[in-house]
Write a protein that binds this ligand. Structure first.
Ligand SMILES: [Zn+2]
Length: 307
């Protein structure tokens, strides 16, 4: 077994190279980071987000659109992460999430809950998330323009963790918004130190565009990383307006898996902003062991979601 010290630059031994497509049975795939919108607003929401980020969506942003993509891409379960941008809408959004989850057996789509840092009576809302069986919450510091280390975020995370909820947060830069970044690596460090959340998932491999710092500062911390929108090609709407961002190379990605351990990496796309088929193929071809791939593609998610 390849052992690594946190923060080390790693090597890949050739005997560990096992191709996903060599496997006889298809691995189960759980996409831990997807987005859907209610049918009546999906078209407008996707158009706005696509314009703001200058990236092409891979589905129409509806639940049925996601379902269609999952069938094409061989995804067994998709986890929807609702972003609550209006404090008083948290409860409505959580009830809609519970509606989506009534059909999980048919659709393979499971929604977590959401909350806004200014949601009144946050403990009651989190208790309801728990009672509705949503299993976790999504936080998006950049969309609500509240720092991840703000006291309002910390108290939400402290209580969510106390009642056993998963906390997924957007981390690092958001391609559709501009700096300042509201969830930096140092802010994450502060939260981990003070709040000590049990099940904290940092989207976009711990901090979009901040990956060197993520490896340097978070490798020995109790956090999960999701792979959403962190590998592959950019699909710009207007090539002439493309931004100067980069995705992780295969080497960097494999290095992060080894530095953090495959037990802490969750397969995720950020659908509709990346294609699960493309992500599965890319990670499948990387020089990771089948064990590591099983962890990433479904085992860690099953453990966190208690499936
Ligand atoms: Zn996302």
């Amino acid at each position: 077994m390849l052992k690594s010290k946190f923060g080390n630059k790693l090597f890949i031994s050739p005997e560990q190279t096992v191709q996903y497509h060599d496997k006889k049975e298809k691995m189960k795939i759980i996409d831990f980071h997807t987005h859907t919108f209610p049918d009546r607003i999906a078209e407008g929401a996707i158009a706005n987000l696509s314009a703001a980020s200058n990236t092409v969506p891979f589905s129409d942003g509806t639940v049925s659109g996601l379902e269609k993509c999952m069938k094409e891409d061989g995804v067994d379960l998709s986890v929807v992460l609702p972003v609550v941008t209006n404090p008083v809408k948290a409860q409505n959004i959580n009830h809609s999430a519970a509606e989506i989850n009534k059909k999980t057996d048919e659709t393979g789509i499971f929604s977590l809950g959401g909350i806004h840092p200014d949601t009144p009576d946050y403990k009651a809302v989190l208790d309801e998330v728990k009672a509705l069986g949503l299993k976790g919450i999504k936080l998006h510091p950049d969309y609500v323009k509240v720092g991840f280390n703000d006291i309002r975020m910390k108290r939400i995370m402290a209580y969510a963790s106390e009642i056993g909820l998963i906390i997924v947060t957007h981390a690092g830069l958001d391609i559709g918004l501009y700096p300042p970044v509201f969830c930096t690596v140092d802010q994450i460090l502060e939260v981990v130190r003070e709040v000590q959340p049990e099940k904290l998932v940092l989207a976009h491999m711990g901090g979009w565009q901040l990956w060197d710092e993520v490896v340097e500062k978070l490798a020995d911390k109790k956090v999960y990383l999701d792979t959403a929108f962190s590998i592959g090609d950019f699909h710009w709407v207007k090539e002439e307006e493309k931004k100067d961002f980069r995705m992780l190379t295969d080497d960097e990605f494999v290095n992060m898996v080894r530095v953090f351990g495959s037990g802490r990496i969750l397969f995720a796309t950020d659908s509709p902003w990346a294609s699960a088929g493309d992500y599965v193929a890319r990670i499948g071809k990387m020089p990771l062991t089948d064990e590591e791939k099983e962890d990433i593609f479904h085992r860690n998610a099953e453990r966190l979601l208690d499936l």
